[in-house]
Structure formats: structure tokens, C-alpha cells
Design a protein. Structure first.
Length: 194
């Protein structure tokens, strides 16, 4: 993977941060359509939000997070995952994923090929710095330990996932600080298809 990381634009950062407010206000309800939440939990009533959407401030309280914040050392608002063309393929917040693929997870990988993804973690509307000389790094692990389907090569802010053989597996995106996992997203499907 190259170290040619695109600079984060204000538009991209604001779009990501703004999506959390919209999704939080909408309750991120699963309507069963492709490209929506993979949250398997039962429907719960969400508290009505009364925050002024025009005040220009980002508010983590807009998201009714079913995941106990005490489970994470860093309170990440949202994880945005982009492909090498800069298109968002998935985002995770409030304990579940939203995705842009028909596979219901990361884009399908053909055996013998790879996908390259960039991760952007936000906290309170601000991007957390990832890199060699930064406080945080990206971590990606297999959720089920089946290492025959994909091979994972992680750089500080990007990951290359290679398809080894056709099958289904899942990966977990992690935020690392000094080599320790301080936040992790739920597993996301990582299909390898012929």
C-alpha cells in the first residue's frame, strides 16, 4: 500500500460528521433494505432529540448508543471507511454498520485480488489523527479467526484485504493507541466471491 493518503477535505469531514446527526435523529432504523444497518438487536424506543440542528455544533448525544461507552477507552463518534477512489463504502456508529454495497458488508473481493480501504475515525466531529508519528493507528483483525479466506495488511491509516479463497468471513476495525485496542467496531462481513 502506498503512503499517498489523500488530505482530508473540510467537505468530507463535515459530510461524515453531519451524517451522524442525520442518522442519529432518524434513529438509524433498519428497514431491511440493502445498504442499511446490520444491527440484529430488537427494536427499541429511541429518546426524542430536542437539540437545535441549526446551532452548528456537533453533539454526540444525538446518537442513542446501545453500546456502553465504558467498553471503549476512546469514545469514537463514527468510523468512515473509503475505497481507493475516495468513495465511502461503509460507516460504523452506535454499535452497528451502514454500508453502500449489495453484499451487506465490505465490497466483495475476488480470489487473488485485493481491496484497499482508508479508515477515518471521528470524535465530537473532529478527525482523530492516524499515522506513524500520530497518537493513533488503524488495526484490522479477523472476527472469526479463519485466516484461509483473506489476508490482511494494515498500515497506520489504511488496510489492504486480499482474497485468498472464496468464502465468507468478517473483519473488525480497531483504533489502536500505543499498540493497545482503545475502540473497535462490530464485525463487518468481508466476502470473497469468484
Amino acid at each position: 500500500m502506498s503512503n499517498n493518503r489523500r488530505p482530508t477535505t473540510r467537505r468530507r469531514l463535515l459530510a461524515g460528521a453531519g451524517s451522524i446527526g442525520v442518522l442519529g435523529a432518524a434513529g438509524c432504523l433498519d428497514d431491511g433494505e440493502p445498504g442499511e444497518s446490520t444491527d440484529d438487536s430488537s427494536d427499541e424506543d429511541h429518546d426524542e432529540q430536542t437539540d437545535d440542528p441549526d446551532d452548528g455544533e456537533f453533539d454526540d448525544d444525538l446518537v442513542d448508543d446501545p453500546v456502553d461507552d465504558a467498553d471503549h477507552e476512546v469514545d469514537v463518534s463514527e468510523l468512515l471507511v473509503y475505497d481507493r477512489d475516495g468513495e465511502q463504502v461503509a460507516n460504523s456508529h452506535a454499535g452497528h454498520w451502514h454500508y453502500e454495497t449489495e453484499t451487506g458488508g465490505l465490497p466483495a473481493i475476488e480470489p487473488g485480488s485485493a481491496i484497499e480501504l482508508e479508515a477515518v475515525f471521528t470524535k465530537d466531529g473532529e478527525e482523530l489523527p492516524l499515522g506513524e508519528d500520530e497518537p493513533y493507528r488503524l488495526g484490522v483483525e479477523l472476527a472469526d479467526g479463519d485466516d484461509e479466506i483473506v489476508d490482511i495488511d494494515v498500515d497506520p491509516a489504511t488496510v489492504s484485504i486480499s482474497g485468498e479463497q472464496a468464502g465468507e468471513t468478517a473483519t473488525v476495525f480497531e483504533l489502536l493507541e500505543d499498540g493497545d485496542v482503545v475502540w473497535e467496531a462490530p464485525p463487518i462481513d468481508t466476502p470473497v466471491e469468484e
